[in-house]
Write a protein that binds this ligand. Structure first.
Ligand code: SF4
Length: 375
């Protein structure tokens, strides 16, 4: 697994002093380059690019000007879970072939946002206005990996403690790392969830470059559960190849062997999918890749997916096996249409709001104390 020790450049704002900047400045990164303004930052980036420094070899610290917190936009015409997303960083230490971040061709560096105090102001606003009878799922890791260098930023720990006061919020950190040790001793964990994106050893080796191996992720999940966290797993993307059924089944059996199912709050499943323009980027970047050679077909949201009967076979297989073991967890599909939900789970959702409410009800009844009074 790649770590921050393999990063060689840190570009930081010379006039901004806050905890995140200070923590990175005391890290072991060899080359620390200060900038005074946007213009200077651009010329530093130019210089690094001219010298063929890899984008993922550079951390750029800068304030974020957009919204930190928002509802996941989902995919048009699909049943989505209306997950709430917190953006704390853009880009990633790891290098998954299928990562959607590859479409941002012009972005350079791993951009770590420094002004997280504004994030907490946004979260206070959300909490003031949210429904007290609804359970919300909120998480980081949409445009990055939540834990790749979280021991330096300290953001995971701050957010866990912040959300621990609100018992109608399940806060999730999503990762392909095994980097949990810095979170184990936090005293107030509330409903915090540490989640692992899982795949077969074959897919991890071929497509999830620089991430933790399967057994390392599961070992980290065991440590997190032992320390008092909930766990979640994301089989996303499920990538098909000859022998996929046996390999995915072995991953599920490994989970059965190692993980306490009563602590698993949700499991998602999503088949590999892409926009057509992404396929060209993928083939240019990873000429040896084999994921885009499978025959795929455009769906109603314009994304290409495996042929429908094959997706049904794939989801049915995974759903049945997972459901046998993880009876308490909410098992859901990611970015699939209502007919697929009906086919796989027998549930008839007409809108994303219905699914969100169903997940909320499930978490309320399965994972919160009876008669809980929300803060
Ligand atoms: S871990 Fe996630 S964000 Fe990082 S490269 Fe892989 S898919 Fe992209």
């Amino acid at each position: 697994m790649r770590t921050i020790k393999e990063i060689h450049y840190l570009v930081y704002p010379s006039e901004e002093s806050n905890t995140i900047v200070d923590r990175f400045l005391s890290s072991t990164i060899d080359n620390k380059i200060a900038y005074h303004n946007e213009e200077e930052l651009h010329s530093i980036i130019n210089e690094l690019q001219i010298n063929n420094i890899e984008s993922k070899d550079v951390i750029i610290l800068k304030p974020f000007l957009g919204r930190f917190y928002q509802a996941c936009p989902g995919s048009p015409k699909m049943i989505c879970c209306r997950y709430r997303v917190i953006n704390t960083c853009f880009n990633c230490l790891y290098n998954c072939s299928y990562c959607y971040m590859h479409v941002y061709l012009n972005s350079f560096g791993i951009v770590q946002f420094t002004n997280v105090e504004r994030l907490f102001a946004e979260l206070h606003d959300f909490i003031k206005n949210c429904s007290r009878s609804m359970i919300y799922r909120i998480g980081t890791g949409e445009f990055t990996d939540s834990l790749m260098f979280d021991e330096i930023t300290g953001i995971g720990s701050e957010l866990i403690q912040f959300f621990s006061k609100y018992n109608n919020i399940f806060f999730e950190l999503k990762t392909k790392s095994s980097n949990v040790d810095h979170l184990l001793d936090i005293p107030s964990k509330g409903n915090a969830v540490i989640a692992w994106s899982l795949n077969t050893p074959h897919n991890i080796a071929y497509y999830e470059h620089d991430t933790a191996k399967l057994d390392e992720r599961i070992h980290a999940a065991v440590k997190a559960i032992d320390a008092g966290y909930y766990a979640a797993f994301h089989f996303d993307p499920i990538i098909l190849y000859q022998g996929w059924e046996d390999d995915y089944y072995n991953v599920i059996k490994l989970l059965q062997e190692k993980i306490d199912p009563s602590k698993v709050v949700w499991i998602s499943m999503g088949g590999f999918r892409y926009h057509l323009h992404f396929r060209e980027i993928l083939r240019n970047k990873f000429p040896q890749e084999m994921i885009s050679v499978y025959e795929m077909f455009p769906g109603i949201d314009g994304k290409y997916r495996y042929f429908k009967p094959l997706r049904i076979q794939m989801y049915n297989f995974m759903y049945q096996k997972l459901h046998e073991i993880f009876k308490k967890a909410y098992i859901y599909l990611c970015m699939e249409a209502d007919y697929m939900w009906k086919e796989i789970t027998g549930r008839n959702f007409h809108s994303s709001e219905e699914l969100e409410q169903d997940i909320s009800n499930h978490l309320l009844h399965s994972f919160t104390q009876k008669n809980t009074i929300f803060y």
